[in-house]
Design a protein around this ligand. Structure first.
Ligand code: C2E
Ligand code: MG
Ligand code: MG
Length: 552
């Protein structure tokens, strides 16, 4: 019995041969005589990462035919790596005896244990190089890959892109975290399958819903088309869960053979940041114009806070005129940034401030200015008109937005009917719930609430039905009566809103033709260049003194 188990000498030589090595580096042939006594035909070593076989090699082979049922040992090294040792007996030899099996098992255990040091090292390497959730490569891999391409002067054959998934938060919300992770993994692997790895294309996960890909220029168009809609399905707790991922991308077809990594990352990072601001293109290519835009954005972003403190933000007023008698009946407060000699449009800095949250300060500032002004007009017995103030959807994150608004109105002792709060159309269900509650609170305190830019988004009709706005402001894009079909839509939207007891304001009215049409359709108020542009305080005060407009 003693003799048949591997002797101490053989143990030692195993340990020496296997220690600190990857199986592919070990010379297995040195134990040939042992394999012969054990009738071994072949020894295979397999390595898998997350169940995907990444290496499968015969570390010892003979020309003999293999018996059908091999001896298999599985080792789970960590939650990414698995190893498997498979030993085949020579066909037509006696099945292994108990002793022989013990020797074989002993061989496997020592082999695995001795390379555990190696495994520990490779574990560190896999966690660094392989994303835990998805199993695809990570940033260090990309960095090395690009350095290799750069050193070979090949980078200009590729386009780099920063990929970001749209509505990713909703996935966990809709399917739960575990299924969400599975879906994300399926998406990442699909993305990886779209790349031509043989030809040096690569995709890595940066973290969260962000990926970076390096795609050959000739494959760029088809790759970009594919990522606009990626359908995946996974099995989760006995049912199949489907999701369609849709991505936005910042792309740079690399211009220079030796473009360094940091420049590439910078350029695609700038391009992706522009997908989130108007005009909201899903694919943005980096170029010199983009660079200027990004620099400008950064410059504005840095200066915003001090500009507000030093009084560079001004409030302009755009009159609202009654469609019945052409009389001034209200105004919208619109913010302006006077930066040196330049007047920066809110269309430029509001989307930026919405991204960094600063818009909240701007909106409360405007509300405060408007209330202070209304107080002065009232004290001077100037008979002011109600003024509307824009509130960004960013405020829905605040718990107490309605109270804060009311606190400002109260502080200046303004009757609530003089203040109207404008909210833009919102899409997500979550926002809708919050908007519903804010509207109810504001209305309960006597303030009017309006839906701004109606018709510019997609969610219009259900919002009209569910939310109890006092005023609907029809977007400029709908108020174009030169197109026959559109004028039919406009007319019926006006009628619908009136039937729901809402006051209708048409924005962006520039011509008498439009004015005539919407007046006859039943619109209550006009806000547009036909009567007035947004004007500074002193000019608006003249309008307050003489409220009647004469059309030229
Ligand atoms: P909005 O709230 O829909 O404001 C109306 C915009 O339409 C104003 O642009 C106004 O100048 C423009 N407009 C009005 N009549 C006409 C017209 O007849 N023709 C044309 N072409 N345009 C017309 P403005 O002042 O550049 O503001 C742009 C947007 O910036 C606003 O759209 C609003 O969404 C946002 N905004 C402005 N001030 C604030 C603010 O204090 N807070 C927030 N959150 N957003 C603001
Ligand atoms: Mg508005
Ligand atoms: Mg509007």
């Amino acid at each position: 019995m003693e003799d048949s188990i591997i002797g101490a000498q053989t143990y030692l030589s195993f340990i020496e041969a296997f220690s600190n090595k990857h199986p592919s580096e070990i010379d297995y042939n040195q134990f040939k005589s042992l394999y012969k006594t054990l009738n071994i035909a072949e020894i295979r070593w397999q390595e898998s990462q997350r169940g995907i076989v990444v290496q499968d090699i015969a570390v010892y082979e003979t020309p003999h035919k293999k018996a059908i049922q091999p001896f298999v040992r599985n080792y789970i090294c960590n939650d990414v790596l698995q190893r498997q040792i498979t030993i085949y007996r020579i066909a037509d030899t006696e099945p292994w005896s108990k002793d022989m099996m013990q020797q074989i098992r002993c061989f496997c255990e020592i082999n695995y244990m001795c390379s555990s040091n190696y495994i520990l090292r490779s574990h560190a390497a896999t966690t660094e190089n392989i994303d835990r959730d998805t199993g695809i490569a990570t940033m260090p891999v990309l960095r090395r890959h690009m350095a290799m391409l750069c050193s070979q002067g090949l980078t200009d054959q590729f386009a780099a892109m920063y990929i970001n998934l749209k509505n990713c938060k909703l996935i966990n919300k809709n399917y739960g975290y575990a299924a969400g992770t599975k879906l994300m993994r399926a998406f990442a692997l699909t993305l990886q399958d779209m790349t031509d790895q043989q030809n040096n294309e690569i995709v890595i996960r940066l973290g969260g819903d962000n990926y970076i890909a390096l795609i050959r220029k000739e494959n760029l168009a088809s790759f970009l088309e594919q990522i606009t809609e990626v359908r995946v399905s996974v099995d989760f707790q006995g049912r199949t869960v489907h999701n369609t991922f849709s991505a936005r991308a910042g792309v740079w077809p690399i211009e220079d053979k030796h473009s360094p990594f940091d420049i590439i990352m910078n350029n695609i990072g700038r391009a992706i940041s522009l997908t989130r601001i108007p005009p909201f293109h899903d694919i943005v290519y980096f170029d010199a114009a983009i660079e200027r835009t990004v620099l400008r954005r950064n410059e504005l972003e840095v200066q915003m806070e001090s500009a507000l403190a030093s009084g560079e933000f001004l409030v302009f007023y755009q009159p609202k005129v009654s469609a019945v008698n052409n009389c001034l009946v209200g105004a919208e407060a619109l913010v302006r940034w006077k930066h040196g000699d330049e007047m920066i449009s809110p269309a430029e800095f509001i989307p930026l401030s919405e991204q960094n949250g600063f818009v909240s300060k701007i909106d409360y500032f405007v509300l405060d200015q408007v209330c202070a002004q209304l107080r002065k007009w009232m004290d001077a017995e100037m008979d002011p008109v109600p003024v509307s103030v824009n509130f960004s959807r960013v405020h829905f994150e605040e718990e107490d937005v309605a109270e804060r608004i009311f606190e400002v109105v109260n502080r200046h002792n303004i009757p609530p009917r003089y203040i109207e709060i404008e909210f833009t159309e919102t899409v997500s269900y979550n926002e809708k719930e919050k908007l519903l509650s804010v509207i109810e609170q504001l209305k309960a305190k006597g303030l009017a609430v309006s839906m701004d830019d109606f018709g510019a988004g997609y969610s219009s009709l259900s919002l009209l039905q569910d939310l109890n706005f006092d005023v609907i402001k029809i977007d400029r894009s709908l108020c174009d009566v030169s197109n026959n079909r559109q004028s039919v839509v406009l007319e019926h939207v006006i009628r619908l809103a009136r039937a729901l007891n809402m006051c209708v304001v048409c924005e962006g009215v520039e011509s008498e033709q439009t004015y005539g049409f919407i007046k006859q359709a039943g619109c209550d108020m006009i806000q547009g260049f036909l009567f007035d542009r947004p004007i500074p305080l002193d000019q608006f005060e003249q309008r307050l003194r003489n409220k009647q407009y004469e059309l030229k």
